[in-house]
Design a protein around this ligand. Structure first.
Ligand code: ZN
Length: 81
């Protein structure tokens, strides 16, 4: 999908009531003039652009999430204050 098509989709989606979208189907975005991929993905329903995170960053955010969960579990019971 080109950036222009994505912009068109976004406009149509907004005019149709701008409903919440779960972005179930994503297409790789590319530039029409160069046919080069931009590295982003466009939702096929609403045209919203998703920036793809590098794999390392995804791994780190997963680690951070599990770490935060551990902290939440280790927190002392606050019922007896
Ligand atoms: Zn969407």
């Amino acid at each position: 999908m080109t950036s222009e098509e994505a912009a068109q989709l976004r406009q149509e989606w907004t005019e149709a009531g701008n409903k919440p979208c779960r972005h179930l189907v994503l297409f790789a975005e590319y530039r029409l003039e160069s046919t080069m991929l931009t590295g982003n993905y466009v939702c096929a329903s609403c045209g919203s652009i998703k920036k793809m995170m590098p794999r390392l960053l995804i791994r780190w955010s997963l680690l951070l999430a599990s770490w935060l969960q551990e902290i939440g579990r280790a927190r002392p019971d606050r019922e007896h204050s």
